[in-house]
Design a protein around this ligand. Structure first.
Ligand SMILES: [Zn+2]
Length: 272
């Protein structure tokens, strides 16, 4: 599933390649991915110029402007297997459900499991459709983050995955952050000192920024904007490595289910 770094890379690519371009065509092959009718989507977006791309957690919000009329905002959530890309010589396969035509530049939305959504929203930065989503993990201050988790009785793994507390972290980056902070996935906020919680918060931001720099992680069928896989996978320390040796202490990395999700951790480096 694409997490914050993958989504950030898609947002960066959209911004770099499409800012200032007018949407001249929109072909919808499967309307189930739209949050509204095809007609409403076309009416809101066609003949408008893309002039801004904002990311919040795993959501991308694209701003389209038109001289006199008010701006339109399209929010994209890739969910499990959504991909957005431009490839000059690409012949769309059956999983491409929508193609934007930006004045001759085709941009494809491909989604094998069809869980992704493209919906018109009421604001370019804080749409009401995601009012339940917490602040972006890269932007949330320690004080606010600490206040929202300190009274919770759930394991850290579950709290870091909770998008209502902070948005953007998923299974991969939670496992990596807990490992680097030396915190067991089942530890509760009450088990940790403020200093240890600060470490988790700052390590999580560092892991996300590092992954963005490396183009995200390759997993399932996520590919970045140009169809190339990200490079972060070889940097993962524990995620997907149960049964392998910990690179720090040599102990065997273990697997565990927390909050319904598989978790990988080192029993020596992350003592409960
Ligand atoms: Zn270890």
């Amino acid at each position: 599933m694409p997490e914050l770094p993958e989504v950030e890379n898609v947002a960066l690519a959209l911004r770099a390649h499409l800012t200032g371009r007018k949407l001249t065509g929109l072909k919808v092959l499967y309307s189930g991915i739209l949050g509204q009718s095809v007609a409403a989507t076309r009416k809101a977006l066609l003949d408008r110029t893309l002039d801004g791309v904002h990311r919040h957690g795993k959501y991308i919000i694209i701003n389209f402007s038109h001289g006199q009329r008010p701006d339109s905002h399209l929010m994209i959530h890739l969910r499990m297997t959504g991909q957005i890309f431009i490839l000059d010589d690409y012949i769309p396969d059956k999983h491409v459900h929508l193609t934007f035509d930006f004045d001759g530049l085709p941009v494809h939305y491909r989604d094998i499991r069809k869980f992704g959504r493209l919906e018109l929203v009421d604001d370019a930065i804080h749409p009401s459709a995601i009012a339940h989503v917490g602040p972006d993990m890269l932007e949330v201050r320690f004080k606010a983050w600490h206040e929202s988790i300190s009274y919770r009785r759930a394991p850290m793994k579950a709290l870091l995955l909770d998008q209502g507390i902070a948005a953007g972290l998923g299974n991969i980056y939670v496992d990596e952050s807990l490992f680097l902070a030396g915190v067991h996935p089942l530890a509760k906020p009450q088990d940790l000192s403020e200093k240890e919680l600060y470490e988790v918060w700052s390590v999580a931001k560092r892991v996300l920024r590092n992954s963005i720099k490396h183009g995200g992680t390759t997993f399932m069928d996520f590919k970045n904007f140009h169809g190339k896989p990200g490079n972060f996978r070889r940097k993962l320390r524990v995620y997907g490595r149960a049964g392998e040796d910990c690179a720090v202490c040599g102990c065997e990395i273990e697997g565990l289910r927390v909050a319904g999700r598989s978790s990988c951790f080192c029993p020596e480096c992350q003592v409960l």
